[in-house]
Ligand binder design. Structure first.
Ligand code: SF4
Length: 407
């Protein structure tokens, strides 16, 4: 049997823009225009591998480097999407007893933000309040019970529990909350506390990360969300969240958690002050971490939402979102799942993203408080999810945090 060929085959254009220096400036533009200015500087990019050869190797599943990622990013969107879809198919073929390419998954869970009090003041955040604000809050056990009961009534299996970096909540407060939830709702997974929260805990509680995470696990923590990843490049973090955990901190928490047996997701928030190279560096750091500790179950990227925040940047549209998500599927060859972000892009683009490398539509998010305060107000029900997935020819299946099918 002959080897499958990339569909563009010999018809792929021979010229691709590589905006790296004078010797390329007169070359024919072969990529579709994207919404942000093209790169003016792409260190290390060379074009001595013919484009067809690169496309075929990506089609066959070969790992790409940063320079190749820049080339792929500038492909016509539909070509990049076809490559991402191919890589999704290669990765998911063995899943679900060989039905991994027939199925698109989703989870039913609820975001519970246990407090909105935070002393980190990220410029992209419209959620935080300071102590004393009229609408500052810390969730009570009774409120938490009600939220979880509502989640269970809708078939939910998990709460995604994150909060601000509250300066006064004690270690015992967190342990009591986790123990309370686990005792009352043992069937519910607590997917909680992003790496930047753990870095905050380390500073406030003056304990090693291993000790804090171990105590949280004993009290009921089941897995860790990848929140606070933003862009794992400190020059970018310094501009958008100067008081927040640095890139190495974020990765250190994940490494410790993975070594303690916890799984986590990895995330990226883009479309603000970062460059394409920064996004690719972010992907490179996630991939390197995954090579080492193998604990990331999924990668989720979304676009910065500017409303009510201090950070000003032109809104990233669907074109650039799809491009970036597709590239993440190709680059992160060791991360088994990619979630599309209907929450920031809307249900239709979230659906289309399933043809751009994503195999999961995320959560129906019974409650969401963070990006909604920054302007993203899309909503979704389980029937909506089923329709979006079925209309694309896939079988919709509910999953748990570990991508095991439920029901
Ligand atoms: S993003 Fe998180 S850490 Fe930053 S200000 Fe908002 S609540 Fe605080």
């Amino acid at each position: 049997m002959s080897k499958p060929r990339h569909p563009r085959g010999e018809t792929a254009p021979k010229a691709i823009i590589l905006p790296v220096g004078p010797r390329f400036v007169n070359r024919k533009l072969a990529f579709a225009p994207c919404l942000r200015p093209p790169l003016e500087y792409a260190p290390g990019v060379i074009d001595d591998v013919p484009l067809d050869e690169l496309l075929q190797e990506v089609w066959d599943g070969r790992r790409i480097n940063a320079a190749e990622a820049v080339r792929l990013y500038h492909l016509p969107l539909e070509d990049l999407g076809a490559l991402a879809d191919r890589r999704r198919q290669l990765l998911k073929a063995p899943a679900y007893a060989g039905r991994g390419n027939d199925i698109v998954t989703y989870i039913v869970d609820r975001n519970v933000n246990y407090t909105n009090v935070c002393n980190v003041y990220c410029k992209f955040c419209a959620f935080y309040r300071v102590e004393g604000d009229d609408d500052a809050y810390v969730v009570t056990h009774e409120e938490m019970d009600r939220k979880i009961e509502e989640t269970l009534a809708q078939g939910g299996t998990q709460i995604l529990m994150q909060g601000g970096h509250h300066p006064k909540l004690t270690l015992q407060w967190y342990l009591d909350l986790l123990s309370h939830i686990k005792a009352k709702f043992p069937q519910v997974n607590i997917h909680g506390f992003s790496p930047s929260e753990f870095i905050h805990f380390r500073e406030v509680f003056q304990l090693p990360l291993e000790e804090i995470i171990s105590q949280f696990v004993r009290a009921g923590l089941g897995s860790i969300p990848g929140g606070g990843g933003e862009i794992l490049v400190d020059r970018v973090r310094q501009r958008i969240s100067p008081l927040k955990a640095r890139s190495d901190d974020w990765l250190e928490v994940m490494a410790v958690a993975h070594r303690l047996g916890l799984n986590s997701s990895a995330t990226m928030m883009f479309g603000h002050v970062e460059t394409l190279e920064d996004r690719i560096e972010h992907l490179g750091r996630v991939r390197a971490q995954q090579d080492e500790t193998k604990g990331f179950t999924a990668f989720i990227s979304w676009t910065f939402q500017a409303e009510h925040t201090k950070l000003r940047a032109p809104t990233v549209g669907a074109h650039e979102y799809l491009r970036t998500q597709a590239l993440s599927r190709i680059f992160l060859d060791n991360v088994p799942n990619i979630q599309s972000s209907w929450v920031t892009q809307g249900p239709e683009i979230g659906q289309i993203a399933l043809k751009y490398g994503a195999n999961d539509l995320g959560s129906i998010m019974i409650e969401e408080n963070v990006v909604s305060q920054a302007g993203a107000t899309f909503r979704m029900t389980v029937p909506d999810m089923h329709r979006l997935i079925s209309d694309l020819g896939y079988e919709p299946r509910q999953r748990d945090n570990w991508y095991q099918l439920v029901n």
